[in-house]
Design a protein. Structure first.
Length: 563
């Protein structure tokens, strides 16, 4: 076992690293890295990678670098760099002094490229991008050599110098590695190392007009930083021979690359390209939209760093791609919030209830439990008067079988208050909709129980109409209607859920008006909510529903145990 193992159960990555440490490989050191490209915001898939990269380093007493893989100025921005740093910290990881940028290594990468040119292992090619793809071949047919593959070292050296000097237009020439155009691995068929791009970089400005490909830069970045274990998702498995080839040809420090299955989660997409399209087409409000799987969106939705880290640890590390049910993520958060979130009462679809035998001028304060799972949380006072609001769905004039809530002639319990019996219904004469309910209460049942021991089958939440305030509430649902929107037969956008956001004005107990941005609550019987940290103002919070109370994952687990 790793000497400091705390972050996750033992797995094949830790097993491999432990063997390397025991054998004295890399001097027994463990150095990993998390290398996001700053071309968007981090999402929950990155959270899994973060947990692996930082967690493995922590378990072996090593260190993990945060490296911005900023090799493509066409898509990268300083905004994303700062957002990535903030999100990594929010999730609870710390890189200390080890923040690096691939762009800082551009000069060293050029020197290494020149070495390969001098060794006859790299050449300047005049084929266009389309022609290179055409020459590459297929899985069953070998590629074809470029007409410029056998240029002399001197000619390649001079052409690469002129590429760097900006003498050629974009796309007119590339530098390629000379490996094997008949290699069974397509990535080894003379891959591109540099392309011409006259575009300023977010850090280096106009200093460069040639930029490295990821395959060329990846291994060199790891090598320069002294990384020992380069932990990547399975997409890089077929690229590992090229990673090894470049480092072996140069004879430099050679980390070990280990691949794992990336996170795929139901009812969402994790492709940055697709997330960007959702934003650009106005289907969501931005990178922090609570319906998105971005860390910004999850944070605004009300997810906690602990719940995300626990989720990533529970799904484990495998070498087989699979789909993880989003219900597992929701289940973990419910378990946490059930223990930590204070309770409150808010009525999301209110109908007025009038207690006819309660004095019109009377008010009282009742004791409400803040969290039944935490005795130390104590109680709070909630006001009570003659007129209340209850949920419209809690009343049926003609109740179906097994409907135990309020109906004509039926008695129910008002949470923390009294037993009430429905005596009448007032309807809108034009629409027939229920406008008001008339009830009587039993004064002897304060606290909700009858001294004579009679039982009722339902307890309703409520708020005092005299003291309630109009609270903006957003009810978020899953962004897509199908488990695998990436596999939609047409366009993934066709699977968008038209009911993924419903905005309402709830009637809320007065104590909620002072909710601080980011404060989480369980609205009794309705779900877990958070005061939106972006749109809330002092004394005017806006509440986002994090998850409803119903726990799909717990129900699945119970069914499995029953089987």
């Amino acid at each position: 076992m790793p000497p400091n193992a705390q972050s996750a159960p033992f797995d094949f990555i830790r097993e491999t690293v432990a063997a390397d440490v025991a054998a004295g490989r890399y001097g027994g050191k463990v150095v990993t890295r998390f290398p996001p490209e700053p071309n968007g915001y981090l999402h929950i898939g990155h959270a899994k990678a973060l947990g692996i990269d930082f967690g493995v380093a922590a378990d072996f007493g090593g260190r993990c670098h945060l490296r911005m893989d900023d090799t493509n100025p066409a898509r990268e921005e300083a905004e994303y760099v700062e957002a990535i740093k903030e999100d990594v910290r929010w999730l609870g990881w710390d890189w200390g002094e080890h923040l690096y940028f691939a762009s800082d290594y551009f000069g060293k990468m050029i020197e290494h490229a020149e070495r390969l040119i001098e060794d006859g292992r790299a050449y300047v090619d005049d084929l266009t991008a389309d022609q290179i793809r055409e020459h590459r071949g297929t899985l069953t047919a070998p590629g074809r050599e470029s007409p410029w593959r056998n240029r002399s070292v001197a000619e390649n050296r001079e052409l690469f110098r002129r590429m760097r000097a900006g003498e050629f237009p974009d796309g007119s020439r590339v530098l390629r590695a000379r490996i094997d155009m008949a290699h069974p691995n397509l990535n080894m068929r003379d891959p591109v190392m540099y392309r011409i791009l006259h575009m300023p970089h977010h850090r280096s400005g106009d200093a460069w007009c040639v930029y490295p490909s990821y395959d060329w830069a990846h291994g060199l970045e790891d090598s320069i930083e002294g990384v020992t274990h380069s932990l990547c998702d399975l997409d890089f498995e077929n690229h590992r021979p090229l990673y090894d080839w470049f480092l072996d040809q140069l004879g430099v420090h050679h980390p070990r690359q280990i691949e794992f299955a990336r996170l795929n989660i139901s009812y969402t997409v994790l492709s940055k390209r697709r997330l960007m399209r959702l934003i650009e087409e106005g289907r969501v409000t931005g990178w922090d939209d609570p319906r998105l799987p971005t860390l910004r969106g999850l944070r605004r939705r009300g997810y906690t760093p602990a719940s995300i880290r626990r989720f990533c640890a529970e799904i484990g590390i495998t070498k087989t791609n699979s789909l993880t049910d989003v219900a597992l993520l929701e289940h973990g958060l419910r378990e946490e919030l059930n223990l930590t979130a204070p309770r409150a009462m808010a009525v999301l679809d209110p109908v007025r209830l009038v207690i006819e035998n309660y004095p019109a001028d009377r008010e009282e304060e009742l004791d409400a439990v803040n969290n039944p799972e935490d005795p130390a949380a104590g109680t709070r006072k909630v006001p009570f008067c003659r007129e209340l609001y209850i949920e419209r769905e809690d009343f049926r004039e003609d109740p179906p079988k097994k409907f135990f809530r309020l109906a004509p002639g039926r008695e129910v319990r008002l949470r923390y208050a009294y037993l009430v019996t429905c005596t009448g219904v007032v309807k809108d004469p034009a629409t027939g909709a229920v406008r008001e309910l008339r009830c009587t209460y039993d004064p002897a049942t304060r606290g909700g129980d009858a001294p004579d021991g009679r039982k009722v089958k339902s307890t309703l939440h409520w708020v005092s109409a005299r003291h309630a305030w109009a609270a903006p509430v957003r009810l978020y649902d899953r962004l897509f209607t199908v488990e695998r929107p990436d596999e939609t037969a047409t366009d993934f956008m066709d699977a968008l859920n038209p009911a993924s956001l419903e905005e309402r004005v709830a009637q809320a107990e007065p104590g909620l008006r002072g909710a601080a941005p980011g404060a989480r609550f369980q609205f009794e019987r309705k779900g877990y909510f958070v005061a939106d940290h972006a749109d809330s103002a002092p004394g005017a919070p806006v509440f986002n529903r994090i998850v409803p109370l119903r726990d799909t994952w717990a129900r699945i687990e119970r069914a499995g145990q029953a089987d």
